[in-house]
Design a binder for this molecule. Sequence first.
Ligand code: ATP
Ligand code: MG
Ligand code: ZN
Length: 520
Amino acid sequence: MSYQVLARKWRPRNFGALVGQEHVVRALRHALEHGRLHHAYLLTGTRGVGKTTLARILAKCLNCETGVTAEPCGKCSACEEIDGGRFVDLLEVDAATNTRVDEMRQLLDTAQYAPTRGRYKVYVIDEVHMLSNSAFNAMLKTLEEPPEHLKFILATTDPQKIPVTVLSRCLQFNLKQMPAASVAAHLARLLDAEAVPYEADALQQIGRAAAGSMRDALSLLDQAIAHGAGSVTAESARDMLGAVDESYLQRLLEAVAAADATRVLSIADEMLSRSLSFDAALQDLAGLLLRIATLQVIGASSASDEAPDAAVLPALARTLDAEFVQLCYQIALQGRQDLPLAPDEHAGFVMTMLRMLAFRPDSASTPATSAGEARKPVGSASPAPARSARDFGGDWPALVKSLTVGGAARELARNSALVAHADGMLELAVPASMGHLAEQNYRDKLRTALEQHLGRPIALKVSKGQATGTTVAEAEAGERETRRAEADRAVQGDQFVRDLVDMFDAKVVGSRARPGGDGN
Ligand SMILES: Nc1ncnc2c1ncn2[C@@H]1O[C@H](COP(=O)(O)OP(=O)(O)OP(=O)(O)O)[C@@H](O)[C@H]1O
Ligand SMILES: [Mg+2]
Ligand SMILES: [Zn+2]
């Protein structure tokens, strides 16, 4: 017996069997029930969301022998032939392979003749954005004056490429991507019907990996069944997808919560040795943080997290500071974006985790310390700094001068005084009059520049208020003053200038004097 791929076998044959796309179904049902049919529909949406499927259902609705209906019988010869792909009045053209204008002309010529078997001739043009301009023009004529018996259903993943003249003559429906949860639920129904045993977690994983495409989900499921020799387990799905066991991520977050850098690093090494995808890990980590944040907002009791080991999440939701969870989420997303720039994925992942550690807020277990010595940021278990790590001895003005940062972030650095510093931590104070410079955005830029220069994650604190230290701006102002005074002195000391002063009873205007050799 030949195996029929699931996507083909389970192509929905009526509106009711479709997953999602309710907005489109509602509009089409209404049109069919009230006899208000348009002559051209355009279905847009990413791959595997039901465009071709909907076009075929609509063809049945129009040609079912029970009459034009939103509920085609599925039994008459028209319905059966359409489902079987052999209905003479349904023409499916793949524009990607038939872009030439003469092919389009030929197609449109036959469109003039009445249908042979059905009520309507239905032309489905898939990937319609691939048509040549002249082919579009040929089609436009028919779209402008369509014969009564003709219906166009255009489908595309790329509506941007369709000329407005064509767009304006179609009723457009935008199909949505499938949410992972709906995909998983659909897969479960289908496996129940196929009597294939499965673990719910496996379907969740496939649902996420399919990234919105039901077709991709179904072909992943085909693979998973083959891979798992007839059943779909979470482990084999993970294996197949190269996905990251969520327990790694939970352990990572627990280590971050405990400020245990050593453990974070050893988990990352373990992931490396299993050649897990760090990109997927950061994506899943963001997903996990989202679930934790959700728990924190709605409370553990009302949460409906069905993951098998979900008991860990409420614990993390209680331990981790809500703002810190938000921050970690940002760091995970940013880390994923930066991954291609990192020396390698493992390094990029480790750096991202270290950044989370560096930003871990003071917890109750860390006693507050005086500003002078400041808290230990990552703890003494702090990892060896990255290759290029530099030590910061406390000369803030010198550090500022070597930073590559501009704009407001540079001004923030120049106008801040160092309050305290420790391993991976800097605390600055900016005068209240320049408080606007302490904005998050500028702080982030400055922090990034500091991290780049020092070669390690930095926790940066900026408070507003008077600082005792000297800011670079002050130091520079001081230097300018000194230089000016020197220049003045040089001018005053110059014999020729002194003669001039004597002769004309003149005065040297101090501020005009400039230090410099050529005396000009
Ligand atoms: N909304 C949906 N509900 C249920 N199954 C769906 C849905 N969308 C797609 N599928 C499944 O995926 C398969 C492919 O769908 P379809 O051919 O309709 O996608 P498409 O949007 O035309 O994609 P493409 O742009 O790649 O042509 C179908 O056979 C069906 O099994
Ligand atoms: Mg299609
Ligand atoms: Zn029928």
